[in-house]
Design a protein around this ligand. Structure first.
Ligand SMILES: [Zn+2]
Length: 385
């Protein structure tokens, strides 16, 4: 069967629910989920209902598993930013990591102390607005007390976490796995290979077959040259009529590295296409993926034996320094911008104004003073990466 006829058949039906696709229910499906920064879209692939339903649920689980990375790198989404991510310090302090690079306690702290003249309540809120809301609630609870002083005396303070931040990662599973498989099928679809030509993947996506057609591949690095300045996502699909295999490779943030066996009945031309993106800038980049596996490599992978001892650590040791370098560069830029803006504001100067020597000295002094906590933090805590 030629792909043209398969393609025209399959173009008309949703890859997930088989509903006929019309201009009314067609959807733009991201090949790599937009929640982790993907931009490339396909039309005529899945219906709107599935895009908002199952597809959305699978992608959300994947996005959740990679959320720490999305927040840390502030991945560029088409709408909104990655949701704040809960982390803990080694000492057990709960914090929320925000996409703007800042952190806040995970909840407000309200403590009450009995004193001879009554009761003293102290509030530590995350924002001024939250503090006002809590005060209003207390005012309702204790109408006999006067909170006007408290409203007037709200102060802001910046503090450091009480120790190093811990976080843990887990990738894969049936929901995120379906998102990964769907990404490979969408890439094949971009190459005019219809879902019907990805029978192993489709049986899994539709829940007909329980055996996952995807698994990690860490036997060797399939990415030819890894950038060391930024992380990337890549999806590559290769069809080989000799082995009859249609294989996909999906990698996120340099860590989740998955092979997907889409079909064992591939009879089209030899073909390979790759899409790759820097999720921190939304720029498409060039990444070469070697999808020519030896029979031994393929069979081991098929037998779930493609994660040699130490290979996960090696992937981690590649990705983490890259991510940390990006994270530190962002923290430095933020600290500098904040210090600059505050120094300008405190001295009441516009940045374009000409300054005399005394003002320049004063400005430098204020900048240094405001940058001090950040600089000390670098000196004391930042590892060299
Ligand atoms: Zn559908």
């Amino acid at each position: 069967m030629g792909y043209l006829s398969r393609h025209s058949d399959a173009m008309g039906h949703c890859a997930i629910c088989d509903e006929e696709i019309t201009p009314l229910n067609d959807s733009k499906e991201h090949v790599v989920p937009n929640a982790v920064g993907g931009r490339l879209k396909v039309r005529g692939f899945i219906c709107r209902k599935c895009n908002n339903g199952s597809g959305c649920e699978w992608d959300a689980e994947l996005a959740d598993q990679f959320n720490w990375f999305s927040v840390t790198l502030n991945v560029k989404r088409e709408a909104g930013v990655a949701p704040s991510h809960p982390v803990k310090t080694v000492g057990g302090q709960g914090l929320l990591l925000h996409a703007d690079g800042t952190m806040s306690p995970d909840k407000p702290v309200i403590s009450t102390t009995e004193i001879p003249s009554g009761r003293q309540i102290s509030i530590k809120a995350r924002t001024r607005l939250e503090a006002r809301k809590i005060l209003k609630g207390l005012q309702r609870k204790y109408p006999e007390s006067d909170f006007s002083m408290a409203f007037a005396s709200l102060t802001e303070e910046t503090s450091m976490p009480d120790g190093p931040i811990m976080t843990s990662f887990q990738f894969g599973g049936p929901l995120a796995g379906r998102s990964i498989v769907k990404t490979a099928v969408a890439m094949a679809f971009r190459m005019s290979i219809p879902p019907a030509g990805c029978e192993l993947a489709m049986r899994y996506i539709k829940g007909v077959a329980a055996t996952p057609p995807f698994a990690e591949f860490l036997s060797r690095d399939l990415v030819r040259i890894r950038p060391d300045k930024h992380v990337f996502h890549v999806v590559s699909v290769r069809g080989d009529p000799e082995t009859k295999r249609l294989m996909g490779y999906v990698e996120y943030f340099g860590l989740g590295r998955f092979l997907v066996l889409l079909s064992t009945e591939y009879d089209g031309c030899p073909v390979q296409r790759t899409y790759s993106i820097n999720p921190a800038t939304a720029e498409e980049i060039k990444i070469a993926v070697d999808l020519v596996l030896s029979e031994d490599e393929f069979n081991r992978w098929l037998a779930n034996d493609a994660v040699p001892d130490g290979s996960r650590e090696a992937a981690f040791n590649y990705a983490m320094p890259v991510i940390l370098r990006q994270m530190y560069a962002r923290a430095d830029a933020n600290a500098f911008d904040r210090a600059y803006e505050e120094a300008c504001r405190d001295m009441g100067i516009e940045s374009s104004e000409a300054l005399d020597n005394d003002q320049i000295m004063e400005f430098s002094r204020r900048m240094a003073h405001k940058l001090m906590p950040h600089l000390l933090r670098i000196l004391r805590h930042r590892p060299r990466v």
